[in-house]
Structure formats: structure tokens, C-alpha cells
Ligand binder design. Structure first.
Ligand SMILES: *Cc1c(COP(=O)(O)O)cnc(C)c1O
Length: 426
């Protein structure tokens, strides 16, 4: 481990984003810092979050309802501030992005517009082992339209004995079912394996098959580079509390491609915040949607969850996505190197099921500790690692470039090593 120690020190010293760690609250473990590798589940709190939230509370106290216009960041168009910085992260134009509701709610609202089964075109193709909420959303959508789940939902699985879904299998499944597909619905990065899919090719194949293409970017937003506009994706949604550090249950982002911006014939569930801004307070009859993603909003914006998101997006903007991704690739590769060194030292069978090519993963690594599962995970937790256990047998760890260091990766290796050393073996 000696050379890894030296390497971690050097990589941290050369890290041009190192100072961003100070912009976050790092949870404590006894007197030291936690090795926080669960930013894929709940991102850490930016120190600015509290300040900006207090400013909104102060403006509420001072102005009451007039805060809609008088607050330092007027609430009436508060959500507009989030559009541009969030669009930068997903490769969209600002008017293709808006924030509202929670992720699963948005998936349903988007399927109202974009899952339009008719005739023999009614099937949805998706990844096997999609996040449970997405599975439930898809199931309930197909049932809502009067179809059977088993018939209407096609899942593409990894091959026997493999963990990762092969891109070629996705392409051929789309082609084989081309005549019956209404929707290709995919997760950008799989929550379980950390596999980052080729979203450009999936969108192309889906469109070639005559289907609509939508993505769940919960584990992709703020983690991997995307070009939703150029890839011609129809719609997407993500939550902002994972890699985007905006706080538990915070608001969700959606993307609607500009080609649908003025398609007012698309069915949609409407609310007053999606109505033409000039006429919103006239309280007239007849819904007239705003052009672009904003036209899918229903309720007025939840300021107290948007405020921390604004603080967080500012940090992403300052860091710059390209620099962040560059560090992310290096940090994840270093963590992999550390884990492989520990496995070798202890002749332990630790399998990393996440793809090793940087283009096929974000920062998450999913580990299978053969012969040791939950008990290894508990050891890590007890020794100050915040990791995440997913049934049946995966330990997920995500070194996040904005606040994790190369020393964190090394520290993880030391704790992992002591779990395998004789005195701790059970
Ligand atoms: C985290 C996550 C969710 C969570 O949905 P909420 O509606 O925000 O509770 C949904 N889908 C995926 C793929 C996720 O990773």
C-alpha cells in the first residue's frame, strides 16, 4: 500500500478541484470524517444551502405574499434561475429543462404525454433490474392503458452469468420488437451495477423503430456527460438529491426536447404554472401552455427545495463539468486500483461488476465480495465508511469528485484491508 499512499498524496496535491470539498459538510465518524461514498444515494449538503434557505425564510418573514415579487430572488419566476445551469449538466437548451415535483411523479406526467399506445404499438422496452420505482411506474402505466404487464413490458437482461447488459443485446431487442414498441424507456446509469448506457445509440435505435425515447437520469445527472438535445432524446427526468446535492426529497428536473416545445396537441395534465405567463393571473378558462418544458409545470414552484438546488448548481457551474468529469474518471480508477491491490494482498475474491471503461460508467463502483457480503458491509460502516448495501449481494460505493479525495479512496482501502486481515476474519 505504500506506493498507493504516495500516489494518493500526489493526486490530491495536483487536484484542481480539491478546494470544493470545503464547500460541503462532511459527516463525522467519531472524531474524524466519514469516508462518504454514498453521494449516489444522498449527496452532501453544500454549506451555502443553509444560507440561501435562510435568505428565503427571511424574505418570507419580511414580505409575506409580496415576496413573489419583492424577494431578492422573486418567487414568481424562481424556477427560471435553475433552467440554464441544469441544462448545462444534461446537454440541453435552457427552455428544454424545468424543475417540479418528485422524480416518480414526473415520470408519470411525462408518460401521459409520451407513452401513447395504440393498435399494435403498445409495448415498452426497458432494462431488467430498473430501479423499483421505475418498474412500478411502468407497470401501473401499462395497466392504466388496459394492457398486461408481462405482455407489454419487455426487459433486456444481462446474459446468463453476466452482470452488465450488452449494448448489442439492447439494439437487437429494440429491432426485434420494432413494430410493437411505443416507448423505449431506459435508465442513464443503472443504480445497481453503475453501468452507463450508450444513450445516443439507444435513442437512435428507438427512433428507427418508430418509438418514443425517454430516460431516467437519477444516477446520471451530475455524474456523467450527456447531450440530450443533440441525441434527440424525447424526454427525461432526474432527481436532484443524489449527485446533485440538493437535499432529501428535493425537486426533480425534467427535459423535453425542443421539437416538442410547441406541440400543444400532445396530451398533458395541466396546471396553472404551465399556463402562458402573461395570462397566468387573469385566471381565465382554457389552458394555454407555455412553450417548452415549462409548459409541463402544474403547481407554483416549491422555493424551499429549489433554494438548496440553486446553491448546489452554482458549485457545479464553478467547478465546470468537464473538469469534474476528468477528476471523476481519475478518482474512480484510483479507487478501483486500491480495491484490486487489497484483494490481491489478501487473496480475496472481490469482483467489481461495474464496467471498467470510463465511457461506460460514472463514479459508482458496485462490488461483489464473494464469500463475504453483509458482514463485510457492516464492518465498513462500523469503521467510518458510508457505503450502501443493495440486496441480494452488492456493496455500492461512489467517490464523488466534488467532495471526495484520493485520500478517501486510500482510507477505504485501509479499512477494507483490515476487514480481511486475520484478526477481523469471522
Ligand atoms: C433514486 C431513484 C428514484 C427515486 O424516485 P423518487 O420519486 O425521487 O423517490 C427513481 N428512479 C431511479 C432510477 C432512481 O435512481
Amino acid at each position: 500500500m505504500k506506493y498507493l499512499q504516495e500516489k494518493a498524496r500526489k493526486l490530491d496535491a495536483d487536484d484542481e478541484l480539491a478546494s470544493f470539498r470545503d464547500a460541503f459538510h462532511i459527516p463525522k465518524h467519531h472524531s474524524g470524517n466519514t469516508v462518504y461514498f454514498t453521494g449516489n444515494s444522498l449527496g452532501l449538503q453544500p454549506k451555502k444551502a443553509k444560507e440561501i434557505l435562510i435568505e428565503e425564510l427571511d424574505d418570507w418573514a419580511e414580505f409575506g405574499v409580496e415576496g413573489h415579487f419583492e424577494a431578492r430572488r422573486p418567487w414568481v419566476n424562481y424556477h427560471e434561475q435553475l433552467m440554464k445551469p441544469a441544462a448545462e449538466l444534461v446537454g440541453a437548451k435552457p427552455h428544454e429543462v424545468v424543475h417540479m415535483n418528485g422524480l416518480t411523479v414526473n415520470l408519470h406526467l411525462l408518460m401521459v404525454s409520451f407513452y401513447r399506445p395504440s393498435g399494435k404499438r403498445y409495448k415498452i422496452i426497458c432494462e431488467a433490474k430498473a430501479f423499483p420505482s421505475d418498474q412500478y411506474a411502468l407497470e401501473s402505466q401499462v395497466k392504466f392503458h388496459g394492457y398486461q404487464t408481462d405482455d407489454a413490458i419487455i426487459e433486456v437482461e444481462p446474459r446468463e452469468g453476466e452482470h452488465i447488459i450488452r449494448e448489442e443485446d439492447i439494439m437487437s431487442a429494440i429491432e426485434e420488437n420494432a413494430d410493437e414498441l411505443a416507448l423505449v424507456f431506459w435508465g442513464g446509469v443503472n443504480y445497481y451495477t453503475g453501468q452507463y448506457f450508450d444513450l445516443k445509440s439507444i435513442a437512435e435505435a428507438g427512433h428507427k423503430a418508430g418509438a418514443v425515447v425517454g430516460y431516467d437520469l437519477a444516477h446520471a445527472a451530475g455524474n456523467v456527460p450527456m447531450k440530450l438535445h443533440d441525441w434527440n432524446v424525447d424526454f427525461a427526468a432526474w432527481c436532484t438529491y443524489k449527485y446533485l446535492n440538493s437535499g432529501p426529497g428535493s425537486v426533480s428536473g425534467i427535459f423535453i426536447h425542443e421539437k416538442h416545445a410547441n406541440n400543444f396537441d400532445l396530451p398533458r395534465f395541466a396546471g396553472w404554472w404551465g399556463h402562458d405567463k402573461d395570462a397566468r393571473f387573469k385566471m381565465d378558462k382554457a389552458f394555454k401552455p407555455i412553450s417548452g418544458a415549462e409548459g409541463w409545470q402544474l403547481s407554483n414552484a416549491p422555493i424551499f427545495v429549489m433554494a438548496p438546488h440553486l446553491a448546489s448548481l452554482e458549485l457545479f457551474h464553478q467547478a465546470g463539468f468537464d473538469r469534474m468529469r476528468k477528476k471523476s474518471i481519475a478518482l474512480t480508477a484510483f479507487l478501483q486500483e486500491v480495491i484490486e491491490a487489497v484483494a490481491k494482498e489478501h487473496v480475496a475474491h472481490i469482483e467489481i461488476i461495474t464496467p471498467s471503461e470510463p465511457s461506460r460508467r460514472g463514479c459508482q463502483l458496485s462490488l461483489l465480495a464473494h464469500g463475504r457480503g453483509k458482514e463485510l458491509f457492516n464492518f465498513l460502516q462500523d469503521h467510518g465508511v458510508s457505503a450502501d448495501w443493495r440486496e441480494p449481494n452488492v456493496i455500492r460505493i461512489a467517490p464523488v469528485p466534488l467532495y471526495n479525495s484520493f485520500t478517501d479512496a486510500l482510507e477505504f482501502g485501509k479499512i477494507l484491508s483490515s476487514a480481511y486481515s486475520k484478526e477481523h476474519t469471522v
